[in-house]
Design a protein around this ligand. Structure first.
Ligand SMILES: Nc1ncnc2c1ncn2[C@@H]1O[C@H](COP(=O)(O)OP(=O)(O)OP(=O)(O)O)[C@@H](O)[C@H]1O
Ligand SMILES: [Mg+2]
Length: 441
């Protein structure tokens, strides 16, 4: 099937539709480019620019949205394409946006040689009727931290995927490392294989240890860092609405400290949150997130929370993967790129083959002076399970093998001599949390 022909047909049908409307009530037309109609190309959408005479309200146009959807649906279904059609009528610049039926694959811009500005691609924007990549530089104070919001299914996680990949594509692991927080482990696991990935955490305790690790970096001379870290948190409210007040407060504090002071030490926060209200993303955190990205919002209040007061336009979005991106005082309509799972896996494998992995952050989970990485705790618990009787008591003989498992996980040889004391405390600690059944601290 010749898709270009299909899109040209759609443009013609839209044109005819407008011509047949009474000129006074709807004096619109689909923009022409020379003799042919211009269909602007985007990886995921077809955009039909429309001519709107000055002084005409777009509210009129939005009232006939359903008619336009029907026109396109009827035409596509004649060609056997019966997917639901949703159009987005966009005011600035004026255009009708409709999903392509032949999605093009995404290719990233090539990596800059010096690797210095840390670029992240958010998608494609339309400015003055022309499309351009929407790129932010994490090293710029105004665009260092990002908030991505919008209702469920609007494409937030996909937006994060594309941001992570493009950031890694543009920088080497020695220049940019990423730390991924994915509570529940559903959204970001594929990216843990990236050579840039310094930490991938799925539990609250590990996340606390990770953010505390970064808090400790906020000392010494500012702006002297060599590696930038992008901390990506999908569903940030999972940290601040846990149901446990103390945990919520601690995460709110850590996020606030990183948002306020991270920039000068090379730390960027990228937070995903459906509806980042004051209770889920505290005001002190939000006001430091200079780049606001809002997908479809169920109401204008939600759009204003994400983009800031007076910015209600995200409530008009009707398509997945369309966003209003606002930073440095400007808002733009942006289309995020959509990668299929295969494309994503291939891209990750390619980056993996190209670079040496960055150093992993050793997360210490525990309390007081007994700090153990989660891997050591897990290894010890596996041994303890083998020594547990049916009634839940521990059989004798578990001491040495458990200490050995901890030593192996830590890469230590000796558990006796100078180390004996330490390993006694490790063992007590692991046994106590094992018995309490509270393995996730
Ligand atoms: N750029 C895009 N182009 C087309 N479709 C997209 C795009 N981005 C996302 N989608 C569609 O939207 C679906 C939901 O996307 P995604 O999982 O990123 O949403 P989400 O906002 O993270 O949802 P949730 O809040 O439930 O986690 C995707 O599975 C995909 O089908
Ligand atoms: Mg999601």
């Amino acid at each position: 099937m010749d898709y270009n022909k299909l899109y040209a047909q759609e443009a013609q049908l839209l044109d005819r539709f407008f011509v047949n409307k009474k000129p006074k009530s709807l004096p619109y037309s689909v923009e022409r480019f020379g003799a042919t109609r211009l269909v602007r190309v985007n990886p995921k959408y077809v955009c039909y620019p429309i001519d709107v005479p000055l002084g005409v309200s777009l509210a009129d146009l939005k009232r006939i949205q359903a008619d336009i959807e029907r026109i396109i649906f009827n035409n596509r279904s004649k060609h056997g394409i019966t997917d639901e059609v949703k159009v987005l009528i966009q005011e600035q610049p004026s255009q009708i946006v409709v999903a392509r039926v032949d999605p093009l694959t995404l290719t990233y811009a090539s990596r800059p040689r010096d690797g210095k500005p840390r670029f992240v691609l958010l998608g494609k924007s339309f400015v003055g009727g022309k499309s351009q990549p929407e790129v932010i530089n994490l090293n710029h104070p105004d665009t260092c931290h990002v908030l991505v919001g919008g209702k469920t299914g609007c494409g937030k996680s996909r937006m994060l995927y594309q941001m992570i990949l493009s950031a890694c594509e543009h920088s080497e692991p020695t220049d940019l490392q990423i730390a991924l927080v994915d509570i529940g482990g559903k959204a970001l696991s594929a990216f843990s294989k990236l050579p840039h990935c310094a930490a991938y955490v799925t539990e609250l305790a590990e996340t606390k240890a990770l953010l505390a690790h970064f808090e400790k970096q906020l000392v010494g001379a500012q702006d002297t860092y060599t590696t930038r870290t992008m901390i990506v948190i999908d569903e940030a409210p999972a940290l601040t609405s846990t149901g446990d007040k103390e945990t919520d407060t601690e995460f709110a504090r850590l996020l606030k400290v990183l948002a306020e002071r991270g920039r000068a030490y090379g730390i960027s926060l990228v937070l995903g949150a459906q509806n980042p209200t004051d209770s889920s993303v505290p005001v002190e955190v939000r006001r430091n997130l200079g780049v606001r990205v809002a997908g479809m919002c169920s109401e204008s209040a939600m759009s204003e929370i994400i983009l800031d007061k007076g910015n209600r336009e995200a409530a008009d979005l009707t398509l997945q993967g369309t966003f209003i991106v606002r930073h440095s005082g400007q808002s733009r309509l942006t289309f995020s790129y959509y990668l299929t799972d295969d494309e994503m896996i291939n891209e990750i494998a390619r980056l993996k083959s190209e670079y040496d992995p960055c150093t992993q952050i050793d997360l210490l989970v525990g309390d007081g002076d007994v700090m153990l990485p989660q891997v050591a705790i897990n290894a010890a618990v596996d041994v303890l399970k083998q020594y547990t009787n049916d009634d839940g008591t521990l059989e004798t003989g578990y001491v040495m093998p458990t200490k050995r498992a901890i030593a192996d996980a830590l890469g230590r040889k000796s558990i006796t001599g100078n180390a004996a004391d330490k390993f006694d405390r490790f063992l007590d600690f692991v046994v106590s949390i094992y018995k309490s059944g509270n393995l996730v601290l």
